[in-house]
Design a protein around this ligand. Structure first.
Ligand SMILES: [Zn+2]
Length: 129
């Protein structure tokens, strides 16, 4: 039996529904939401994460970690108990038993592939000189 992440609060989803907000314990500490209209949303894009972070109604006193790609808004730090140790990305960290239903770590690949392509293009450009 996998441990469920606690619900952190609620967020109005793009469909206008009331989504429950959760947060993965994995590197990046991204939020994910669940609502009746959209189901499970696990997008890790900065815009979505920022929107959830900025607009969600977090449960009073709950501990929320800002996801790695979210810009902190000081006003929210004052109002809540939001900590900023989000950069806990440690590849050597043992994988914990936590899994968000079939969530591949897409964000890593989205980041690494364009970077690799960029480096390859740069190397090619150098050779052509
Ligand atoms: Zn929805």
């Amino acid at each position: 039996m996998k441990e469920q992440n606690p619900i952190l609060g609620h967020w109005t989803c793009p469909q206008g529904g009331k989504a429950e907000v959760y947060q993965t314990k994995k590197a990046g500490r991204h939020f994910y939401t669940r609502c009746a209209c959209c189901g499970l949303m696990q997008g890790t894009g900065a815009a979505l994460q920022q929107s959830i972070f900025d607009n969600a109604e977090f449960i009073a006193g709950i501990s929320v970690v800002a996801p790695s790609n979210v810009v902190m808004d000081r006003s929210r730090v004052v109002e809540g108990e939001i900590a900023k140790p989000a950069l806990d990305f440690d590849p050597s960290e043992p994988v914990q038993g936590e899994e968000v239903e079939a969530a591949p770590e897409k964000s890593k690949f989205n980041y690494l592939v364009p970077l690799g392509a960029f480096l390859a293009a740069g190397a090619a450009a150098l050779w052509m000189h």
